[in-house]
Structure formats: structure tokens, C-alpha cells
Ligand binder design. Structure first.
Ligand SMILES: Cc1cc2nc3c(=O)[nH]c(=O)nc-3n(C[C@H](O)[C@H](O)[C@H](O)COP(=O)(O)OP(=O)(O)OC[C@H]3O[C@@H](n4cnc5c(N)ncnc54)[C@H](O)[C@@H]3O)c2cc1C
Length: 546
């Protein structure tokens, strides 16, 4: 980490403005691919207090790829679901155990600790955060961006970059400098956050509580036995009155329970916002700079991390000269609809949490939640929405599929479609090894992964065409329901043969006949082909790179 007293390089391929979770994730994604970038933040020190707490299943998969999952699991607190209360009674529940993924839970950790872990990862990869440097203005031409920076001690510096990414939060100066419109509104009531110990809490320590009626509290478990209470805040509220109100709410949720050793409460104005565009020439936006949503569903930070995971590999390919800059257009096409959906869902949740404080209204919300969450289907839908695993890019120009029987046959595919997140499954046995692995462990590398799904020992790819595709693709795996044959034409085939011993990978991917799946570096399915045709993969890469 460096600060404003140190001078900065005059040029960097990428300048990232803002070292919150979004900017740090993008810097890590670029560093993993050996792309140099300059990451600046106007604050001399990171913010010591919290905003985001909840990290969803999809983000945990992303952290697996970034190489930080073990640290997150060690430091965070696993949360298995929610209990929803009305007048002290549990009226509905959500459970994440039914999620078919590698991490079927939320992980709770303060945003400042998330930033710390990402910063450490960046440093381990050879990067740094230049703190105490603020972007004051920017100009761009067809070939580069020129940014005027000012340090905390008043030093001015000009930095030229090929690309600039604004991850500078909700009041983004980068967005404003590019004249990108933003649409949205501020929520009428503020949200407050207070941390402390909950004495005599009678409910499970791995479930959050949501209280429907006023004072509408959300106690969420944190690491080290602490809890974070989210509450609705009035503009003028004395801390003592506030604590009394919180303790009164806790008494209803769990008689005898009180908040001990509380930190200072923090109050926040919150917004729903969506930028008209995520890109203007050589400038891109990500995270809160591009979109914001109610904190009530805990998606804002997660969405920013997903933006960076989508943008990182594309920007790297463009900077390396492997792909044309047109590739970056897909970033907005894929990520903006996801942000719009989350924003709309946050509005509905805000409305449900802003009901008048009378029994009839509480009863109505209770009925609505029971309707949504009584069936196992409703339960699963709620858990899937929470996990963010459902976001897909099926409408993206960057994904496609082929079925020898024509387009109609693709409508009947089982399993994930082009654009979907790759499901995890296993066990898979590597040839010559007795140790089983999960698919997700094999494909969390920096490049594309080609999965050749065979149903017997004879369905092996034609090696004449194989090597140049392998070069573009990164990793190549033959996943077969059969063990490798004694004799294979190439030893490299032996190394990439994975025996789907229980057939679970084939089942999860909906493979009935031999097929091929090309997985993007961000874990989404780029291309699916039945039968597997390498020539089509070659055409896919040609389109991607030109
Ligand atoms: C009460 C509350 C609870 C929340 N809970 C959750 C949750 O549980 N889960 C979740 O996913 N989200 C949650 N969120 C949302 C989450 O906090 C944000 O979405 C997240 O912080 C956005 O990260 P970011 O990196 O995009 O932006 P920020 O975290 O805002 O980071 C922007 C950075 O840019 C820097 N910066 C700004 N301007 C400049 C400039 N001109 N030059 C240089 N640097 C600059 C800032 O100093 C800052 O470090 C919550 C929000 C609130 C308010």
C-alpha cells in the first residue's frame, strides 16, 4: 500500500479509481492475468466501519477463483437461512441448505474485512493500492484517457491510461466526468447499523432474524459471537432512545435478550440507481458507481464483485491484444440487466419493510411471506435469489449453442444453457489418481475451460485440430462416464481424462449424448455443442477475438 506522498507512474494500461470491494476485485482479476494497473483511492486509510455484511454463494465461488476462499471461510460466519418473525412468532423461514452449489450458505463478514482480504491478495500478486490520491477530472481521446489526480498533501499529477475504470462509489466523479446519466431515487427512511453481543438470544446462531412489524429489526450473526442489527432510523434520534428501541424490539424477538457492548450506531441514506451506460469510450463503470440498490437484500457489494469478475478477463484480453475492444461492449450488455433486476427487487423489499405499524398491515405482509415461503418450491426460489447463482447471460451476444438436430432441439436441452453459471458436481477421478476432485476445483483458473463430455471410451477428440484450440482455450478436460482406455493416442489425453465415477457431472449438465461445454473465465457457459465439434469452438474463438 502506498499513500499520497509517493509519486505515481505517469502511465498505466489501466487506472482504477476507488479501492472499495469492486475496485479491489478488479485489480485482483487483472493481477491474476499479469496485467499492470494503477488502483487509487482518495482516502489515506480504508474505511474502518461497516456497510455490507452478507456475502452470497456466487461471490464465494468467485473468491475461490481469486484464491481467497480459505481466508474468507476462516474469518467469516456461516449463515444458513432466515427466520421471519411477526409479534415474536416465527411465521416463515428460508433455508439455504437446498442450494445445489459448493457453498450453500451466506458468509457474514464486515465489508472492511472483505476489503482487507482482497487487498492482501492484491499485494501477494504484486499489486498495491495508492491511497490518498483523488481523481479530480479526466479527459479522453480515441487512444487514451488522461486523468488529473490530487494527493492529500496537495500534489497534482497527471496519469495517462489506455483504460480507466470508475469504481468510485455511488457519487462517482468518473461517471459525472463522462456525462453518463443516472436514473433512480433515494429511499425515504434511512437504514441504521449497530454491532454488539446479544445476551440470551434464544434462536439459532446461524440464522438471521427479520422482524416484520415496527421497529423492524434485522439481527444478523457476525464472526466472534457478535451480531449486527440493521434497523430503520428516524432523522433525529438520540443514541439512548435508539438503544431502548432496539432492546424493545429484541425483547419481542427473544424475551430477555439485550444488546451488550454496542458500537456506535451508523446511519445511512440509501438509493436505487442505475447508470444509463456502463461504458463511455475508454472509460468503464463498475459497482456502486454503475448501480445501487436497497441494502435490505444485501446485494450491492456482491454485484460490484460480479461486475469486476465479468470485466476483468475481458479487459485483460483486450490489453494483451488478443481480443478487439468490441469485446468490452458485452460487459454492459451482461451486467446492466442484472443490476436492473436487483434494483427492482430491492424496491419491493423496501415496500414490504415500510408498512404502516398496524396489525392489519402486518398480517397482510405475513400472509404474503407465507404464500411465498410455505412450499418447498418457494423456499428454494428464495434461497436461489439470495445466492445470486441464477444470474445468467443467456441473451448475451457472447454466448451461443449448437445442436445437430437444429435450433428447436436446443429448446429441449436439460442442464445449464449457454450464458448460465457452470454448476458444480463430482466426484471426478483423474487418471492414475485415487483422489477425487469437484469440477469447480479444476475450472477456477484464469482462462477458458473446454469440457468434452463423453459417454464411453471411444469418444475422444480429433487431435489434428486440437492443439491450437487448446492454446486459445486454456484448459481442456475429457469428462467420461468410462475410465480412460489403456491406450490413448496422446499422453496429454491421459492427463486430462476425468472419470465421472457416479455420473453426477453428466447428470448435472443434462448430458444424454456426447456434448461439449466451453466455460468462460468467469464461470459462465460460453458455448454448448451436441455432438462435440471442435471446429465450432474454433469459430467461437475467432468471433470472440476479432
Ligand atoms: C447499511 C448498508 C448495508 C449494506 N449491506 C450490504 C450487504 O450485506 N451485502 C452487499 O452486497 N452490499 C451491502 N451494502 C452495499 C455495499 O456497501 C456497497 O454496494 C459497496 O460498498 C459498493 O462497493 P464499491 O467498491 O462499488 O464502492 P465503495 O465501497 O463506495 O468504494 C468506492 C471507493 O472509491 C473511493 N473514491 C470515491 N471517489 C473517489 C475519487 N474521486 N478518487 C479516488 N477515489 C475515490 C472511495 O474512497 C471508496 O473507497 C450495504 C450498504 C449499506 C449502506
Amino acid at each position: 500500500m502506498s499513500n499520497g506522498h509517493t509519486s505515481l507512474p505517469l502511465y498505466s494500461p489501466v487506472l482504477i479509481v476507488g479501492a472499495g470491494p469492486t475496485g479491489l476485485s478488479l485489480a485482483v482479476e487483472l493481477a491474476r492475468r499479469n496485467i499492470e494497473c494503477l488502483l487509487i483511492d482518495r482516502r489515506p486509510e480504508p474505511l474502518p466501519f461497516d456497510r455490507a455484511t452478507v456475502i452470497h454463494s456466487r461471490s464465494l465461488e468467485i473468491f475461490e477463483s481469486m484464491g481467497v476462499i480459505d481466508v474468507f471461510l476462516e474469518q467469516g460466519h456461516l449463515m444458513r437461512g432466515f427466520n421471519i418473525f411477526a409479534y415474536g412468532q416465527i411465521v416463515a423461514q428460508t433455508d439455504f441448505n437446498g442450494l445445489e452449489c459448493r457453498h450453500p450458505y451466506d458468509l457474514n463478514l464486515s465489508e472492511n474485512e472483505t476489503e482487507e482480504i482482497l487487498t492482501e491478495r492484491l499485494v501477494a500478486l504484486g499489486g498495491a493500492v495508492a491511497r490518498g490520491w483523488e481523481l479530480s477530472s479526466l479527459e479522453q481521446s480515441e487512444s487514451h484517457v488522461t486523468a488529473q489526480l490530487r494527493s492529500t498533501n496537495g500534489t497534482e499529477q497527471t496519469v495517462t491510461a489506455d483504460w480507466l475504470v470508475g469504481t468510485d462509489g455511488i457519487h462517482s466523479r468518473v461517471r459525472e466526468s463522462c456525462g453518463i446519466d443516472v436514473d433512480g431515487h433515494r429511499y425515504l427512511r434511512r437504514w441504521g447499523v449497530i454491532d454488539g453481543h446479544l445476551k440470551d438470544w434464544q434462536h439459532a446462531p446461524d440464522r438471521a432474524a427479520i422482524q416484520i412489524e415496527a421497529p423492524a429489526l434485522n439481527p444478523i450473526p457476525l464472526p466472534r459471537g457478535r451480531w449486527r442489527i440493521y434497523f430503520r432510523a428516524d432523522d433525529e434520534m438520540d443514541n439512548e432512545v435508539l438503544l431502548e428501541q432496539i432492546n424493545a424490539g429484541l425483547e419481542i424477538l427473544s424475551p430477555g435478550s439485550r444488546l451488550h457492548e454496542p458500537d456506535e450506531p451508523m446511519l445511512y441514506h440509501t438509493y436505487r440507481q442505475l447508470s444509463a451506460h456502463y461504458q463511455s469510450g475508454r472509460v468503464l463503470l463498475a459497482g456502486d458507481a454503475a448501480h445501487a440498490c436497497s441494502p435490505i437484500e444485501g446485494h450491492g457489494m456482491n454485484m460490484g464483485i460480479h461486475d469486476s469478475f465479468n470485466l476483468g478477463w475481458k479487459l485483460a484480453l483486450v490489453i494483451q491484444g488478443t481480443a478487439d475492444a468490441k469485446l468490452l461492449e458485452s460487459y454492459e450488455q451482461e451486467r446492466r440487466p442484472a443490476a436492473a433486476a436487483v434494483g427492482a427487487s430491492g424496491d419491493i423489499a423496501e415496500e414490504l419493510r415500510s408498512i404502516p405499524n398496524d396489525p392489519a398491515s402486518v398480517e397482510r405482509v405475513k400472509r404474503a411471506l407465507c404464500v411465498m415461503l410455505t412450499t418447498s418450491r418457494g423456499q428454494l426460489q428464495a434461497a436461489q435469489a439470495e445466492s445470486e447463482l441464477e444470474f445468467h447471460y443467456r441473451d448475451s451476444p457472447l454466448v451461443s449453442g449448437y445442436h445437430v438436430a437444429g435450433d428447436e432441439a436446443r429448446q429441449h436441452w436439460f442442464g445449464p444453457l449457454p450464458g448460465d453459471c457452470t454448476p458444480d458436481a463430482g466426484p471426478l477421478l483423474k487418471s492414475g489418481s485415487a483422489e477425487a476432485v469437484q469440477l469447480s476445483q479444476l475450472i477456477c483458473n484464469e482462462g477458458h475451460n473446454l469440457l468434452w463430455m463423453a459417454t464411453d471410451q471411444t469418444e475422444v477428440p480429433d487431435f489434428e485440430n486440437f492443439h491450437h484450440i487448446l492454446q486459445a482455450c486454456g484448459e481442456f478436460w475429457i469428462i467420461s462416464t468410462a475410465p480412460p482406455p489403456e491406450f490413448l493416442p496422446e499422453s496429454s489425453l491421459q492427463e486430462c481424462w476425468l472419470h465421472d465415477v457416479e455420473g453426477k457431472v453428466h447428470a448435472r449438465f443434462g448430458v444424454i449424448d456426447a456434448s461439449l461445454f466451453l466455460i468462460r473465465p468467469d464461470g459462465h457457459i460460453a458455448f454448448r455443442s451436441e455432438p462435440p465439434e471442435l471446429a465450432r469452438v474454433a469459430s467461437y474463438f475467432e468471433n470472440l477475438f476479432n
